[in-house]
Design a protein around this ligand. Structure first.
Ligand SMILES: Nc1ncnc2c1ncn2[C@@H]1O[C@H](COP(=O)(O)OP(=O)(O)OP(=O)(O)O)[C@@H](O)[C@H]1O
Length: 254
């Protein structure tokens, strides 16, 4: 089952500067896809298009088997149940005044989701490993990692088929990162992840499929293992060779 299919897609924020060039890729159910690229390569823009926040200038974007018409309210309502975002900054993505219970109830109501609202809130809190009494507290009462868990719970309330995650752990400290990566790995038993990152280690930990983006173009795509073992494109080779060589540094210090 193909969840997303992008065919020769191009996009620019204005007429003069094109940000994405002739992108083709697909996301298969159960096959997490990593999109790797340096800052400014167009990763966030690509996710914006997949979320339906903007439409391609050229090419096609199919979600759940059909072209995504972002002018159709009904289609976008369905799309928000299909694909949910997770952003980099858990501080920015939650309203500081809103108690967690309300932050989770809101999308359940707005998307007209089935199921008992309180039971659904209890379900997502358990899924992300937060205590049930979190509902009464506001975001400031939580650590950065816990806030990212709240943001993930908010995405999960829709029971989406896909999570579109934009650098979901880069704002977190190292040990918290590992725990959130473990959570995303657990969740990807049920929901497919599209993960955008400049960090090869995170992409490699979570995504069996990889697309490498350079200045808005796909330069390499395929199984992550194959690309890491034998990168074909000079840009991918450069990205891999710029990884810090920690064991070598440790050896030098002895
Ligand atoms: N709202 C906008 N208006 C105009 N240009 C934009 C806008 N957002 C991004 N861009 C430009 O589009 C290009 C790609 O940006 P994008 O944020 O998609 O890249 P990225 O790979 O996600 O980078 P980063 O990791 O730094 O977020 C950049 O040249 C950026 O300046």
């Amino acid at each position: 089952m193909t969840l997303f299919s992008l065919e020769n897609l191009s996009y620019g924020y204005d007429r003069e500067t094109r940000v994405l060039h002739d992108i083709s890729l697909s996301v298969a159910a159960g096959q997490n896809l990593g999109i790797l690229g340096e800052s400014g390569s167009g990763k966030s823009t690509l996710l914006r298009l997949m979320l339906g926040l903007a439409a391609p200038d050229q090419g096609r974007l199919l979600a759940d088997g059909a072209p995504l018409d972002i002018r159709s309210r009904a289609r976008m309502q369905a799309h928000r149940r299909f694909a949910q975002p997770i952003f980099q900054d858990p501080y920015g993505s939650l309203d500081p005044r809103m108690r967690v219970g309300r932050a989770l109830a809101e999308p359940h109501a707005a998307l007209d989701l089935p199921g008992d609202r309180q039971a659904e809130i209890a379900r997502v809190l358990a899924q992300v490993g937060l205590p049930q009494d979190s509902v009464q507290r506001r975001p400031r009462a939580f650590s950065g990692g816990q806030r990212q868990r709240i943001a993930i719970a908010r995405a999960l309330i829709a029971r989406p088929r896909v999570l579109l995650a934009d650098e979901p752990v880069s704002a977190l400290d190292l040990s918290t990162r590992v725990r959130i990566i473990d959570l995303l790995a657990d969740l990807s038993q049920e929901v497919t992840l599209v993960l955008v990152s400049h960090d090869i280690a995170i992409v490699a930990a979570l995504c069996p499929q990889l697309v490498v983006l350079q200045q808005g173009r796909v330069v390499e795509a395929g199984p992550t293992r194959r690309i890491l073992d034998a990168p074909e494109h000079p840009y991918t080779q450069m990205l891999l060779s710029s990884l810090p060589r920690l064991p070598a540094i440790a050896k030098d210090m002895t």
